[in-house]
Ligand binder design. Structure first.
Ligand SMILES: Cc1cc2nc3c(=O)[nH]c(=O)nc-3n(C[C@H](O)[C@H](O)[C@H](O)COP(=O)(O)O)c2cc1C
Length: 195
């Protein structure tokens, strides 16, 4: 009998409120790439979830548990066990839109568990990947968002494996006219699930 092979689980988080927008299309293309392997893929639109912003109530500081009862309750579990986590989000005001940022801020309870209460987390070698676009061309366009996503990935225990960042993209059509974006995304997806 052979050793059972664990299917890679891919959690795709669409952070833009625009379904079918640039980051959503890039995310779909990365997911297409992940399908080159027998991975189990789940895509979630953060804008469809009820995620209350962190109100810094301080309750998680002692227990590592956030008392807010909303969709983060089940999302925490997926964030902590998926092999690959992909966050796709546009730039809003040089950072992340509220939908993505609220989800990230609510991971403060995980930060407390991991770094204050020193709880051990099981799964290692998990990967995180960031997809973003913005309309501007200024040099530091993605700097703030990348720093936030790096902190998010470090908190949930995934390695920042790579990103796809495209400036000068506005509206739904621009990304389709980019010379390499779609092939870059397909390739990145395949790489995420290759062993
Ligand atoms: C509220 C808001 C704020 C934005 N702020 C920025 C910004 O600071 N820099 C930038 O380059 N683009 C900014 N944009 C443009 C978006 O990043 C751009 O339209 C992007 O293509 C949207 O991606 P999506 O189709 O995945 O939603 C902003 C758009 C909105 C709606």
């Amino acid at each position: 009998m052979g050793v059972p092979v664990t299917k890679k689980t891919v959690l795709a988080l669409a952070g833009s409120p625009v379904k079918g927008g640039s980051t959503d299309r890039l995310l779909d293309q990365v997911l297409r790439g992940t399908r080159t392997k027998d991975a189990s893929v789940e895509k979630i639109y953060l804008c469809d979830l009820k995620i209350t912003p962190c109100n810094s109530c301080g309750k998680c500081e002692k227990t590592g548990v956030c008392p807010i009862d909303d969709d983060m309750k089940w999302l925490y579990k997926k964030l902590l066990k998926s092999h690959v986590i992909i966050l796709a989000s546009p730039i809003y005001f040089m950072g992340l839109p509220a939908q993505a940022k609220s989800m990230i801020d609510r991971c403060q309870s995980i930060w407390v568990e991991r770094f204050k209460l020193k709880k051990k987390f099981g799964k290692k070698d998990r990967m995180g990947f960031f997809i973003s676009v913005g309309n501007m061309t200024r040099p530091h366009l993605f700097k703030g968002a990348v720093a936030t996503v790096k902190a998010f990935f470090a908190t949930i225990g995934v390695k920042y494996t790579g990103d796809l960042l495209f400036p000068k993209i506005n509206g739904k059509k621009d990304i389709m006219e980019h010379p390499t974006a779609m092939s870059d995304a397909l390739e990145a997806g395949a790489k995420l699930v290759s062993d």
